[in-house]
Design a protein. Structure first.
Length: 214
């Protein structure tokens, strides 16, 4: 899949989505076109387009004063993992069936990065490597539908994944799970890849939900 040129509205959307999902903008906070335009240094048109997309994503809701931040609650997180558990395994299966040597080598390089940063306990870089691993896995499925379904869901839980990966024991477990998934994909074993990806998603959900309960 080719990368497209990113418009200003798309860049604004990605910035605002990230800031909402990481908690920079808290639940209940009101965002206005004027203030965001001043803060980001862009006109109100791309701000308006980005806010419209965020409303479609149910991350904000319109009020008389502006867009109120909704963010995600515990039920939302649970639903996201339920969907991922049912769909992401299919992406791993397709990847095991379709991945070529060059794609596997790229996935291996990403995994090596994750191993390096896990050893250093560099949480921010671990998250980045984790994002890259899953993004590449979705690409290896060869399905735009799977990619467009899973990629936004993976982004939406970034705040909670950061807390989970901040636990060094879970970070090591996650790397080991990724390594096993990679080996199954490289062996072109779709059943094994799907099983391991499902187990990884279940373990990630347990880790995050346990953090929410503490």
């Amino acid at each position: 899949m080719e990368h497209k040129t990113v418009s200003i509205a798309e860049q604004v959307f990605e910035i605002l989505e990230r800031d909402i999902l990481t908690g920079l903008y808290t639940r209940g906070e009101v965002l206005t076109e004027t203030k965001l335009s001043e803060k980001l240094g862009v006109s109100r048109t791309p701000i308006r387009e980005a806010l419209r997309r965020l409303e479609q994503e149910r991350l904000v809701v319109g009020t008389s004063r502006g867009m109120r931040v909704m963010g995600l609650d515990k039920r939302d997180i649970d639903d996201i993992y339920e969907i991922r558990a049912r769909v992401e395994g299919l992406a791993a299966r397709r990847a095991a069936e379709r991945a070529g040597d060059a794609q596997l080598e790229e996935l291996r390089r990403i995994l090596d990065m994750q191993e390096f940063f896990t050893a250093k306990e560099d949480s921010a870089s671990i998250i980045d490597a984790d994002n890259r691993f899953h993004d590449m896995l979705y690409r290896l499925s060869g399905s735009l539908v799977l990619y467009d379904t899973l990629s936004p869901l993976h982004r939406k839980i970034v705040k909670y994944r950061r807390v989970s990966i901040g636990n060094s024991a879970r970070a090591r477990e996650s790397f080991a799970e990724h390594r096993a998934i990679f080996e199954a994909i490289a062996a072109h074993d779709p059943d094994r890849a799907e099983e391991l990806l499902l187990r990884h998603t279940v373990n990630a959900r347990k880790s995050i939900m346990s953090q929410e309960e503490n």
